[in-house]
Write a protein that binds this ligand. Sequence first.
Ligand SMILES: N[C@@H](CCC(=O)N[C@@H](CS)C(=O)NCC(=O)O)C(=O)O
Length: 303
Amino acid sequence: MSDLVLHHYNESPYAEKIRALLGYKGLNWRSVIVPRIAPKPDLVALTAGYRKVPVLQIGADVFCDTRMIALELERLAPSPATQGCGWNDIVEHWVDLTLFGKAVAYTFGKNVDHLPDEFLADRAALRGAPLNREALKRAVPLAEQELAINVAWVESGLAAQPFVNGGTPGTGDFTLYSTLWFARNGRFDFTRFPKTAAWMERMKAFGHGERTDMTAEEAIALAAANQPAPLTYQSVSPDVSGLALGQLVSVTPESLGHGTTVEGELVGINAERLTLEQHNERVGHVRVHFPRLGYRVREVKAS
Ligand SMILES: N[C@@H](CCC(=O)N[C@@H](CS)C(=O)NCC(=O)O)C(=O)O
């Protein structure tokens, strides 16, 4: 049975990034389905409060954010490699900051009549700003136009090479693929972009690896039965920002993170990642790992 437990839901594009990466690396995994909206009591018991998906659990270690998960998967299964080329970071950054928002505006706008009120209220809370059905519908033509301009860049890039990364796919390919997969689920027309459409078929052909269902209770029992593994990286303490091991810190996603700050004792930190330790009755001691990129970390001062 696989040690890898992915907490996710099927419709999530960021989860699709990791499912496709698991497929490319030929890994087996266990699947725990998380609700699409808060409350998510089982997930947050494991994550110190982080509610987004996907989350990867290995025993009593919990990896939040696809960048962190991709780093861990590369460590566990270095071949075929997906990290190491500088363009991957640039592509991921462009997708996360620019393209993803356009794909969401397009797909949500197209499907808004099928989205329940509770879903829109939940996402509005994450944005810290209201979401209005009519405004979402009105945003579709512009989002479609902007998506098309961005996909045209991809189309010209893919004229020269089979993958964004070159001859084989890198993390940039997986991030871009999952965002365009989401737009395709919103019926974005890729027939205008044959090279991109063919690349998407190549990415899809990697599959998802072998997936076995697991309940949230089983995942929590697994965490409770294990101790966190020794850290696999060297901490730099204090780091350049002055944060030091042993401090109580808060971690907040930079985007769509309204009301989602988590806190814990800092037990590992360097320029790439950080680790919080937390304890609760349901899961015992767990370590929660975050990337530095995309998160604001602050010391929590005792009041
Ligand atoms: N930077 C995060 C983004 C994750 C993210 O935004 N996930 C979406 C689903 S695709 C989410 O969690 N939305 C709110 C929710 O499901 O509660 C990552 O790379 O994992």
